[in-house]
Design a binder for this molecule. Structure first.
Ligand code: OXD
Ligand code: MN
Length: 591
């Protein structure tokens, strides 16, 4: 090893040593670098990444500690078609996942990995998902030949010695191997082996494909382990709502990708609700387990945010603007001549000239976007001015409400509450969201995304619903379940609800419902706010009629909706819990 500050192996854990040695023999790197997670190490590796051209140092006066990265243009997002769940049988993975037999996939990917790190460094990244000492925390080790992955994992997880300490002499850790290869979509696989608690990712160097703690361990493998061990791994933000009297209520919310989870988790209440405050626990993933007092406790397994950049500004997310002004890696945004970053939807006018995410000259007259729509920031949670101190509490926070939501321009009201747990699971299971223009299938088309877990559930979706129904028995004080839709439009195509910070008004009603201190009216869909219980004071250009429109339930639309839900139910038929079919019947009967 050439590094003097770090890079040496310090563990005596036999299982770790044996596995790293086996993988090194196979991938044949020139050297092995053990990450310790120290500040000094980050400084050295960042300088090395700049020297290698992997990162560009940004204007340190404007953006202290910030760096710029461009990914290969063929490698800009998670690739669902290359993501596989390798359970013993295809039935176990279910019809919503790609599947290959573990033996076959191991063979295929080992062949790709063999000798693939010749002339390169293999970084050993021990990482901890969750606060140290938490019964919910898990250790993973990722082996990678990408320095970008090392630096990103250093932000997104509790990385280095802290993880090895947590592991001790145990052999219970996730084994993750990542080989960049030649970043070729033809040889891109993100393969999960739930029974072995193992992941192999090849041929990519971008986000969720390669930061193995995130979608791969925390959701796909996590959901599999959660079913076995009696907990939930969910695609949910977690936040705390503090009332003017200082009462804190914790809420988890599942919205599909790019539906505003990060914005909601970092919301600034409007002036009218000044005494109210939001605290962020997490913006993307929640691990939840029943506690000894019968409540459901949640931790955020991550330590950073990997958020979509375009559209981030002081209206949509003022706290994020502050958060990403230092110690942040920007990927695939635009680069200005004074080494600042720019993206569509940033505060202020566009630059007269800059380099777009591919490195080509861009001006406001250019037809293409300067920043890729899926360009990202990677920022440490400690930069978040709204970070809840409880984020490091090993017991987690007790969840009072679970919110489901999607992007729907019609049909779905702004807010309603489930009648009970099973009804809530039905609402989550039938969640739909309109795809954005960038997604396959065309803009506006509704895709079913049950509990926002369609791309992230590591086993049969029908069994996942069963797990959700069964868990009720283990939670004496279950959270109340709600559904929201910020995206409903009027006849002119305008959003009916102003959104962003104003969503606090809806959240306040949810919190008040959890504490049984506001009224509600019964509808076919569930409980909705009574005429005076949603506080609209100080909301400009918003009349009670507009709220009525936002809350309207049209029988015709709902009959169509229920028909559309059938497609997913048919697909999952063999393992679909009967309770959900009954819920569907009950809803039809109520309409
Ligand atoms: C994400 C996603 O990156 O859901 O969080 O796609
Ligand atoms: Mn996500």
């Amino acid at each position: 090893m050439t590094k003097d500050l770090s890079g040496k192996c310090k563990t005596s854990n036999k299982a770790v040593l044996a596995w790293v040695e086996e993988m090194a023999k196979h991938c044949k790197p020139d050297c092995i670098y053990w990450c310790n997670g120290s500040k000094a190490e980050r400084k050295t590796l960042t300088a090395e990444a700049v020297e290698m051209g992997v990162l560009i140092k940004l204007n340190q006066k404007k953006l202290p500690g910030c760096y710029y990265h461009r990914s290969n243009p063929n490698d800009v997002a998670r690739v669902e078609q290359s993501t596989f769940i390798c359970t013993e049988s295809q039935e176990e993975a279910g019809p919503t996942n790609n599947w290959m037999a573990p033996k076959e996939m191991y063979q295929k990917l080992r062949a790709y990995a063999e000798g693939s790190m010749r002339g390169r460094t293999m970084y050993v990244i021990p990482y901890l998902m969750g606060p140290p000492g938490s019964p919910l925390a898990k250790v993973g080790i990722e082996l990678t030949d990408s320095i970008y992955v090392v630096l990103s994992m250093g932000t997104m997880t509790r990385m280095g010695e802290i993880a090895l300490e947590e592991l001790g002499t145990s052999d219970d850790f996730n084994r993750g191997l990542h080989c960049m290869l030649d970043v070729n979509p033809e040889r891109r696989y993100i393969a999960h082996f739930p029974k072995d608690n193992a992941i192999i990712s090849v041929g990519s160097n971008y986000g969720g494909n390669v930061l193995l703690g995130k979608k791969c361990l925390a959701l796909r493998i996590g959901s599999y382990l959660g079913r076995q061990e009696g907990w939930f791994a969910e695609h949910m933000l977690v936040l705390g709502v503090e009332s003017p009297a200082g009462e804190k209520t914790y809420v988890a919310a599942a919205f599909p990708s790019a539906c505003g989870k990060t914005n909601f988790a970092m919301m600034m209440p409007p002036p009218h609700l000044k005494g109210w405050k939001i605290w962020t626990i997490g913006d993307d993933i929640a691990w939840m387990r029943p506690g000894p007092d019968g409540r459901l406790y949640a931790i955020n397994p991550e330590a950073g945010y990997f958020g979509v950049v375009p559209g981030t500004n002081s209206k949509s997310n003022p706290a994020a603007v502050q958060m990403i002004s230092r110690d942040t890696i920007f990927t695939n945004v635009a680069l200005t001549p004074d080494l600042d970053v720019w993206w569509e939807g940033k505060d202020g006018p566009p630059p007269k000239e800059c380099l777009d995410w591919k490195g080509n000259k861009w001006t406001p007259d250019s037809e293409e976007k300067a920043a890729h729509p899926n360009s990202r920031f990677t920022a440490p949670m400690t930069n978040n001015p709204l970070l809840a101190p409880e984020v490091n509490d090993p017991t987690g926070v007790p969840i009072r409400a679970i919110i489901f939501g999607g992007r729907r321009s019609n049909t779905t009201p702004l807010i309603y509450q489930a009648f009970n747990w099973v009804h809530g699971v039905y609402i989550g299971a039938t969640m739909g969201s309109e795809m954005t223009a960038a997604a396959v299938g065309g803009a506006g088309q509704v895709r079913r995304d049950p509990l926002a877990m369609l791309p992230f559930c590591g086993y049969h979706m029908g069994d996942y619903f069963r797990h959700w129904i069964n868990m009720h028995k283990t939670i004496k004080h279950p959270p109340r379940i709600f559904h929201v839709n910020w995206f409903r439009k009027d006849g002119q195509g305008e959003f009916l609800w102003p959104g962003f910070g104003e969503n606090m008004r809806v959240l306040k009603w949810i919190v008040d419902r959890c504490h049984a201190r506001t009224d509600a009216e019964e509808t076919a869909l569930g409980w909705v706010p009574g005429p005076a219980s949603l506080d609209l004071t100080g909301l400009s250009n918003f009349s009670p009629e507009r709220l009525e429109q936002a809350q309207a339930i049209y029988e015709e639309e709902w009959r169509r909706e229920i028909m559309m839900q059938d497609e997913l139910f048919m697909k999952l038929h063999a393992r679909l819990p009967k309770e959900l079919i009954f819920q569907r019947e009950l809803l039809l009967a109520r309409l």
